[in-house]
Design a protein. Sequence first.
Length: 309
Amino acid sequence: MKFGLHIGQQNISMEELRRLWKWADTAGFDWVDVWDHFYEAPPVDGNGSCFEATTCMAAMAVETVNCRVGVLVLGMNYRHPAVLANALVTIDHLSGGRLEIGLGAGWHEPEYKAYGIPFRPIKERMDMLEEGVEVVRFLTTQERSDFDGKYYQLENAACYPRPVQARPRIWVGGRGEKRTLRIAARHADGWNVPYVSPEEFKRLSGVLDDWCEKEGRDPATIERNVNLSFHMAANEADRGKGEAHFQETWGPAAETMRVAGVVTGTPEQALELVNRYREAGAARVNIAIRPPVDWDALHAWAEQVIEAN
């Protein structure tokens, strides 16, 4: 089992963010990423601070040496995919070839409304995602590219310099069974899903296998990872602190989340949960961190969960 750190860069100082990804780089994680939001998530009132994703990726790239560097996931219609591809290639060079490209359709409607970005119906957002994945793939793997889509066009387009990696991996994120998983089967190197139980992860992974069969794709060529909201206590005495953080983070949705993808309780319980995701077919478990950061719990995760795997 591999482990990642998914950082929610909201209501946190840049100093604490830098401390997090530098620590993860030497604490047994093989992956570190942030999310792509401008407002806090879960949504509150839009008054919380949130650092921009691609610039955080650049900072992570130069301040780490071991971890893969990514975002789960970049909202496709926040940035033109050709412009995004250029930014990502720059990050690949800054990291020495450790870039991971996570792409999704976007969902946080208040951000779109506030910034005047059209929040299109889900079918159109999925169409844009699929076109955008193709554009990013072309520009990060080909010398010149042409593409004539409904939303995006390329004409003899180049993206120089070339990435350090010959083929940076593209991850498609989400749980949509009709479009998201089909797009992953067609185009992605990896699939990531947040906040689902081991049983639901296994079921959705089976849906992805079915789409792979229909698309003529070997299912084994798509890596499958899960994000879990992290509220583990360092020990039994701190259980109340972890529970309070869980309740504060998710509010009215807490009890619904409890049976989904959430790490609560002690390291012993976390180990059992990780084993369930392993049995369900997950190659990596990413813990999603929302401030305030419980450093005792993070150290316990690294020393008692990661080291046990």
